[in-house]
Design a binder for this molecule. Structure first.
Ligand code: PLP
Length: 441
């Protein structure tokens, strides 16, 4: 049905359609995929039109090596202002003294933090990777495992313990007292429970370590006051900007200590990176501005409510949620009680066929290899952005049950795919608000 609305996305694409139809058709296909499927990957989100636009600006044309007021190139007047704005907003958001907004990604932020606080060969402590840590927390072939010496603390492994699958703070303390790491690292990629930063700081103090919190996943919840802040406990905080914080893809480093801040600035540039991605820094400023608005708190609260609703609805349908639930935006689903034969890899593929995008994930103590896994990681930042509430999360749980019960049967997947598409049309993505009109509904 013809319509006279032009969405923001239409106007971006109309230019590309003429300039480069081949690239435009691929980008349109991806835009359609995102619009018509339910994004359940816990580390992904849909940015606002303002953030999307800020990334595509003249800021990309400029070299601005250095920092505001101390650049290696001329013509940086406005770049200084936008980077300062991003820094100031980041500091207000996380209530801290120093912010470096230049890391290209969360992994670069972690590399810079390690380089600022440790010498090659130094020991650091982190969570056992397969229990929810990130590869930049000590994976053998990652910079963190090649240049530094990781020692690992576990989750509680005893199913009869009330803290089963939660961080074992006593073991973390034992590991730290035994190995005396320079750095104690907390903050994870697949941990559904609140992190006790004060408890980690006490352990760090006792063993003479600095405390680093990588809040890549929970940054938006922290900024909104929905998860406890790592400040004042952590000496250094790293994060991504594109997950719950809903900004452009990138990293951020925060601290309260001037000496540490100077070391971070030096280790990031010229230590690790060259020219900063100024267009992304511009978009970080815009995203931080959005996160400072009162609405962002409501959004973050709904992210957690939705995660709890999805976890509850899946439990009712026979799945087991590790730790018995979630305090944040994500959950780990143990598929075995629902179907002992079902792997995370199969579940991921079958759900995608039905329009629900997720990722397989090891569950703590998973007997299956990482290629297969017994679990799925699900998150609600993206579905909450498009307006889903607890009712829609229950619908999602019902579809997950149907698809997995049918073991990937193509007809059932097709029926669910159609229902998913209709729900997606009723909840268009930011910047696609007239997409329903385009589809004639
Ligand atoms: C805890 C944690 N730290 C760091 C990162 C790395 O971020 P990036 O992919 O931007 O390098 C991630 C990404 O998933 C993460 O979960």
């Amino acid at each position: 049905m013809p319509h006279d609305h032009t969405t923001i996305t239409d106007s971006i694409f109309s230019l590309l359609d003429t300039a480069d139809p081949e690239a435009a058709s691929i980008l349109r296909a991806e835009d359609d995929r995102q619009s018509s499927t339910i994004e359940l990957i816990a580390s992904e989100n849909h940015v606002s039109p303002a953030v999307m636009h800020a990334m595509g600006t003249c800021l990309t044309n400029k070299y601005a090596e250095g920092y505001p007021g101390a650049r290696y190139y001329g013509g940086c007047e406005h770049h200084d202002r936008i980077e300062q704005l991003a820094r100031d907003r980041a500091k207000s958001l996380f209530k801290c003294e120093f912010a470096n907004v230049q890391p290209h990604s969360g992994a670069s932020a972690n590399a810079a933090a390690f380089m600022a606080l440790m010498q090659p060969g130094d020991t650091f402590a982190a969570l056992v990777l397969k229990d929810g840590g990130h590869l930049s927390h000590g994976m053998k072939i990652n910079f963190s495992g090649v240049f530094y010496k990781p020692v690992f603390y576990p989750l509680h492994a005893d199913p009869d313990h009330e803290q089963f699958e939660r961080i074992d703070y006593d073991k973390a303390r034992e590991v730290c007292l035994e190995h005396r790491p320079k750095l104690l690292l907390c903050g994870y990629s697949a941990y559904p429970r609140e992190i006790d930063f004060a408890r980690f700081r006490a352990i760090a103090d006792e063993c003479g370590a600095l405390l680093m919190a990588d809040i890549a996943h929970i940054a938006g919840l922290v900024a909104a006051g929905v998860h406890a802040s790592p400040f004042p406990h952590a000496h250094i905080v790293t994060t991504t900007t594109h997950k719950t914080l809903r900004g452009p893809r990138g990293g951020l480093i925060l601290c309260n200590d001037e000496e540490i801040a100077k070391k971070i600035d030096k280790s990031l540039f010229p230590g690790l990176q060259g020219g900063p991605l100024m267009h992304i820094i511009g978009a970080k400023a815009v995203a931080f501005g959005e996160a400072l608005m009162p609405e962002f708190r409501g959004y973050s609260q709904r992210v957690v409510e939705n995660a709890k609703a999805l976890a509850g609805a899946l439990t009712e349908r026979g799945f087991r949620i590790t730790t018995g639930g979630t305090d944040n935006h994500l959950m780990l689903v143990d598929l075995r009680p629902f179907d002992a034969e079902l792997t995370g890899a199969d579940a991921e593929r079958w759900l995608e066929d039905a329009g629900m995008v997720s990722n397989k994930n090891a569950i703590p103590g998973d007997p299956r290899p990482p290629k297969h896994t017994s679990g799925l990681r699900l998150g609600t930042p993206a579905t909450t952005t498009r307006g889903f509430g607890t009712k829609e999360m229950e619908m999602v749980a019902g579809w997950i049950e149907r698809v997995l019960r049918a073991k990937g049967d193509a007809q059932e997947a097709g029926r669910v795919r159609e229902e998913v598409r209709l729900l997606c049309e009723a909840f268009p993505l930011p910047g696609h608000e007239h997409a329903g009109a385009r589809a004639g509904v």
